[in-house]
Ligand binder design. Sequence first.
Ligand code: CMP
Length: 139
Amino acid sequence: IMERCLILVKPDGVERNLIGEVISRFERKGLAIKALKMMRVTREQAEDHYSVHRLKPFFDDLVSYLTSGPIVAMIVEGNNAIASSRMLAGATDGSKAAPGTIRGDFSLDIERNIVHASDSLESYEHEYKIFFNENEIMD
Ligand code: CMP
């Protein structure tokens, strides 16, 4: 089924010069990039993006981290884009993610884990609007 997924190259990914590496993995998989930009995330955007985690003990850290430096946001599209993107990203905790995945290859951390990928259609519908206007998405 044709789906879209929101991907973020988080501040640690940008800082470590992994933007191209991350984009390349999605492109090589065959996912089409429908929107792409580099930006600073505001506190309001980060709180909205992570709103499902607002009661978790790590919420404040997560918001601080996402706003700590520039990110790259993109929307990818393809067959089962959400499941495929999450396979490419690997397990949340980089220290447990399989080699060959983005986190498995580049992270040892559960918070500084290089990428974000929407975990469901509902999450995607909530998330993409935080980072993109409709006129920034190519059809
Ligand atoms: P992400 O996929 O962007 O969405 C939720 C984030 O919460 C996740 O990446 C992790 O970076 C973060 N996260 C999940 N569990 C923990 C935890 N126990 N401690 C710190 N961060 C966490």
